[in-house]
Write a protein that binds this ligand. Structure first.
Ligand code: ZN
Length: 250
């Protein structure tokens, strides 16, 4: 990564979301980012939960960026979100993580904001209209009602682990598209996918690069050592299904 400001302000951003304590996936993505002339890294939350390396993932992200918003799993691990809406496996992972998270990393997570801003972009884990309600934004119709709740031209989200582009004209966008060229007359909501637990049938990590100059977003997929991440999950005594789902991308 070149230092921010070298080109008169950061223009190429890497957007990372839903790392979920998967250090193997995070390291593979960071290696990919190193070759992408990225100026600044942004994190859309859920650094922890599900995987076996929560402390390492939080420390790694802390060292790379000051733009980190809170996710529902981060919030649950530090006792700020009730886990009654989580499924049993997610609850088990939250409890396990809460036990082994270092006080310093817990304090850091508990102080992350719900939203952050870069240039003309908004960053939020779940939805811009109610960032603390942890709604899932999955349909074009649901996206349409989100646009009035923010003023920026583009909003980056995570949470569903399913990369997708929504535009303010309500046009359906194929989930198979990996590149968006922003129309100056439109606004966008972009789900950048998940680093640590992709759920769109492709087990490779997913992240996005936003070039603020050319106003393009590119989704990138990165293969990582899934077997190693799975071994750690099993060794930690976390639910085996959390290991199995990684190889299926679900
Ligand atoms: Zn998540």
């Amino acid at each position: 990564m070149s230092a921010p400001g070298e080109k008169g302000g950061a223009v190429r951003y890497a957007l990372l979301s839903d790392i979920h304590s998967n250090l193997e996936a995070l390291e593979a993505v960071l290696e990919d980012i190193a070759g992408q002339a990225v100026d600044e890294l942004l994190c859309l939350g859920d650094l922890v939960g599900y995987g076996a390396d929560p402390n390492e993932c939080v420390r790694r992200i802390r060292g790379l960026t000051s733009h980190v918003v809170i996710g529902n799993h981060d919030s649950a691990v530090v006792g700020l979100t009730d886990v009654s809406n989580f499924n049993a496996h997610a609850r088990r992972a939250v409890a396990w993580t809460a036990e082994i998270i270092e006080p310093e990393q817990a304090r850091y997570l508990s102080r992350r904001p719900f939203t952050d801003r870069i240039d003309d972009g908004l960053l939020v884990h779940a939805t811009p209209s109610e960032p603390a309600a942890w709604h899932y934004l999955l349909s074009t119709q649901a996206a349409r009602s989100e646009f009035p709740s923010f003023s920026e031209s583009i909003c980056f989200i995570g949470h569903s682990h399913q990369p997708v582009f929504f535009s303010s004209d309500g046009a359906p966008h194929s989930r198979k598209t990996d590149r968006l060229s922003c129309d100056p007359g439109l606004r966008y909501i972009v789900n950048v996918g998940s680093i640590g637990q992709p759920r769109d049938g492709d087990p490779r990590s997913c992240y996005a690069i936003y070039d603020a100059d050319s106003r393009t977003v590119q989704l990138r997929r990165v293969a990582y050592d899934i077997k190693s991440a799975q071994r750690k999950i099993l060794k930690a005594g976390l639910p085996p299904v959390l290991a199995a789902r990684l190889s299926r991308g679900e």
